[in-house]
Design a protein around this ligand. Structure first.
Ligand code: XMP
Length: 327
């Protein structure tokens, strides 16, 4: 008879035993549900012998780097190292337009940054006579299944880097406390752990972040434009009480300029697409019939408040044949 309380109790006890009285663990936090719940479970087991690392990859949402740090430290009391590597990521992304190349670059840079930080952490531990190193990952059951799928690489539609891709030369042992669970079970565990709704109810956000929502080349200017449009989209969706029932809702920046008019001025600026979908698991999805009033306020706020966008369109494609993300 599965209950969150029982799961938490047995999992925390098992982790405590696995890691032992002197072991240390590290965890890459994304700010999302899975890595946060995994980190909280491990920190209940071994306290500050868990170090969490949160990386700004330059393609996070508006104010996300600061907000996540605050929540992780103040609400979850995690031992957190925050690394701002935006410039490093954005300079590698310069001139790249291919979606899979963007993913690869972000995945590789992330591993490099996380590797550097882990080495620093474990160097410090080693000098204290400790050599057992653990890596915490928020892998869920569907991630395990998808990665082990019988389809060959030619069937990989998008290379998600949630599973695998760990630094090769780092001899870390894995702790994956959530690998038998589905997302709704993880949320129930998070609620039992008194974690804030802001984390538990957060819509999924891809690892490569806004880079796969800026079609064509990613630049700091374009990131800033999309951050503003995306923040407005999220605000209006939340205000309308729709955030929780949508699987995902977000803005996409198209590198297509169209002619518009503002006051008596001709404008020539980017187009923004709004995407909102309903889904159970992200494998299939229906475009959401957002009320016209909500679409109206998103659109009029974006064109009047976001410098650089003068046209907003709504994506009415379901998955399949569309994917949720545009890249
Ligand atoms: P698609 O676009 O394939 O997305 O329909 C399905 C779900 O996966 C998310 N997604 C990603 N997540 N790294 C991630 O961590 C990625 O590269 C990636 N690409 C898509 C997407 O947001 C949706 O929830």
């Amino acid at each position: 008879n599965w209950t969150p309380a029982h799961f938490i109790e047995t999992t925390v006890a098992r982790i405590r035993e696995q890691v032992g009285p002197a072991g240390h663990a590290i965890c890459a936090l994304s700010g999302g549900v899975d890595s946060s719940v995994a980190a909280v479970l491990v920190s209940k087991a071994i306290g500050d012998r868990l170090t969490c690392v949160f990386v700004n990859n330059g393609v996070l949402r508006k104010d996300e780097f600061e907000k996540v740090q605050r929540t992780m430290r103040e609400d979850l009391h995690l031992n957190l190292i925050a690394v701002d590597s935006s410039e490093r990521f954005l300079s590698k992304l310069a001139g790249v337009t291919d979606p899979e190349k963007k993913r690869k670059i972000i995945g590789n840079e992330f591993i490099a940054v996380f590797d550097d930080e882990s080495k620093k952490i474990f160097e410090a531990e080693k000098s204290a006579g400790e050599e057992i190193a653990w890596l915490v990952q928020g892998t869920l059951y569907p991630d395990v299944i998808e990665s082990a799928s019988v389809h060959g690489p030619s069937h990989v539609i998008k290379s998600h880097h949630n599973v695998g891709g760990l630094p090769e030369d780092m001899k870390l042992k894995l702790i994956e406390p959530l690998r038998d669970l589905f997302k709704d079970e993880v949320r129930r565990i998070g609620r039992d752990l008194d974690m804030p709704a802001e984390i538990l109810e957060r819509q999924p956000f891809p690892g490569p972040g806004l880079a796969v929502r800026i079609l064509g080349e990613v630049s700091s200017d374009r990131v800033a434009i999309l951050q503003e449009a995306d923040a407005i989209c999220t605000e209006e969706i939340k205000k309308a009480g729709l955030y929780r029932q949508l699987w995902q809702s977000f803005a996409v920046l198209l590198p297509v300029k169209t002619v518009g008019v503002m006051g008596d001025q001709r404008t020539y600026a980017y187009t923004c697409a709004i995407r909102a979908v309903e889904s159970e698991d992200g494998m299939t999805a229906d475009w959401a019939p957002l009320p016209y009033e909500v679409l109206r306020s998103i659109s009029s706020r974006i064109v009047s408040e976001v410098h650089g966008i003068n046209r907003v369109v709504y994506d009415i494609t379901s998955k399949p044949p569309g994917t949720i993300e545009w890249e």
